[in-house]
Design a protein around this ligand. Sequence first.
Ligand code: ME8
Length: 751
Amino acid sequence: MADSAKSSNRFYLTTPIYYVNARPHLGHAYSTIVCDAVARRKRALGIDTWFLTGTDEHGQKIERSARLAGRTPQEFATAISAEFRGLWDRLGLTYDDYIRTTEPRHKRGVQHLFATLRERGYIYKGSYTGQYCVSDEAWVDGPPGTICPDCGRPTETVSEENYFFKLSAFERKLLEFYETNPGFIGPESTRREVISFVRSGLKDLSVSRTSFTWGIPVPGDEKHVIYVWLDALANYITALGYGSDAPEDKARFAKFWPADMHLIGKEISRFHCVYWPAFLMAAGVEPPRSVRANGWLLFDQGKMSKSKGNIVRAETVMEILGADALRYFLLREIPFGQDGNFSFDALVQRYNGDLANGYGNLVSRVVNMVHKYFGGVVPESGAPTPAESALRASAEKTIAEFGPAFDELNFSDALKSLWALVAETDGYLTANAPWKKPAERSDEDHQALQARVLSTAAEAIRIITALAYPILPDATAKVWHQMGQGSLAEAAGQSFLTRLAWGGLKPGTKFNEPAPLFPRAEKDAVERMQNLEDQNNKSAVEAASQGEAVSPNPATASPSVAPTTSTDKQDARASEVLTPTTAVNPGQAAATAPVHAAPAGQASPRLSTSPVSAPPSEPAAQPHPNTAAPAEPVQGSAAPQEQHITIDDFAKVDLRVAQILVAERVPKADKLLRLEVDLGYEKRQILAGIAQYYEPEKLIGRKIVIVANLAPRKMRGLESNGMLLAASLPPDGAPVLAGFLEEVPLGARLK
Ligand code: ME8
């Protein structure tokens, strides 16, 4: 470890850098607020602090999200990164640096790191076939179709020439490192998980990709881009200047590295506690001193996340209750390291109980009484009675307990003990009732009591305020000013917490005018927050349904779907045919032939033996009566001879609008694509025999029509849940996917 003087006088802390695939929500705010609170306390303790946050902008996931939004990855990343930064600024977060992984300083550092790893013999070239989870940007063990164990989404099969990092060489070194640095990982549950992961054996790690381009090129072999996690993790050093020869960069790196604390969410501990120290050891750079994992913020029973659609925005809470209320709630309510529920009801309850009626009310009572009885000037307190001595002892105990609990990130206990002091001060005031003069008490005695009680209560408030500053920076700054203590920001810059002791409030100090801190939240606060979220969700859905696509899309240029008139179950089935494969059974018109005015007579070939053939339980494909008709050009083709069905027959077919999220080839099945589609209300996997006609990458983001209530079936060991609709073009039945000219919401039913 570095020299101890360096370690005690400076503190480098980081948040994860957030993906720019979606806008920030409370989960992101939680980690960033935790870091901000820690950074504020460290600075107020006179520690030279560097607080880094930023955005993670490369990789397949961002590339796809940008495509869905119809923007270039760079434009898209810039817009979302600005949203994160803007939110942090509105929340008043005091980061010292904000890194974006698309910045030249980062690219230079990452390439330097990669080149160093290669020079030192830890990177070699190989080929890789395996499963990849795009959402987590992580490799997953298992066969095609494996579900990602972390996020539950289907993985994709990747078969590429890759560079590999010799992670296997670090198994023993990492275990030794954890052993000799017991404080490296926290909390204990995360430490145990990480150790058992490493003990179960480490395989070499693929650290480059070739199937897409949105990333940092491998130096000297530019068709590879560097694996997004190697790229992202490096931000912690590139932001300090790693890889630069400029003297100021070298100095900053020497001063702040190794990081004192990487604060992360628990789901990314493997990357931070295994890969990251291994990369650094391999590069000859000291590993960070600690990684601390926060638990998950849950909402409506699940981890708050964009993909689950159960997010709450920090802006909503800020607008109704203020940023301090949010900070207090998150740090007080959730024991750090554990998962915790977020609810508007609980938030308002805490706000009213602890902030409005608790701290806020206490301050207002005391400041008002100092104004009322002493013209706003702190009186001499006189000799303490046992009551004052007891309050002083409690305050001193709180000072002693609060710091260590806070520094262990045990914010909840730290705040609990601080608010016990709020309650005790309140009780002390009530017990001594300086506003009430019993008839038998002389004026002189009463004034002495008022002076003693108010100056003692004010001193307790000063202590509470100083300690609460990192968590309630806005409110405490107001109180500090009201109590004539000047600027709290300035005091924090002058390490005021190092001098915090009972007796700092001097008699004669002039208080400023009282001002409200935490006005009581009215009954409708919960409803107002819910409405704000609902409105936001509504506009997000509208924006999403307008902000799609992307690559030239022949299907969306097709006439919009009209209710079909001539289809039956077999015809609907036949649209799987959309998936022409080898064994052609000319005979089935695509179910949607009318949709795209496809030539009914040129039915798309139906495979009887292909992976898309109907399961045995289905009626065998019947040659369509029209099959015999001569081939006609697409437009104005001879009308298919109609087999009438009733409206009830038609109503049995559940046709829905879906959007393609993932499209990939199925190994060893030339004609088959595996699609993951979003119906708005659920996501599912569909296999379609369109691989010869559509590049998977180009399908991503397209809105299509599917038969949603088709019985699931297995093909090549993968389950297909539904069927795509398309026109089938002559001469070989090439499919053209059905689509829309107008914007349509996901899940909309065609009828
Ligand atoms: O993982 N509860 O970025 P990300 C608590 N780019 N914390 C939450 C949360 C929740 N519900 N949701 C998000 C990435 N977070 C990578 C990181 S670092 C080199 C690269 C917080 O946008 C938590 O800190 O998915 C989590 O680890 C992080 O946001 C994930 O953000």
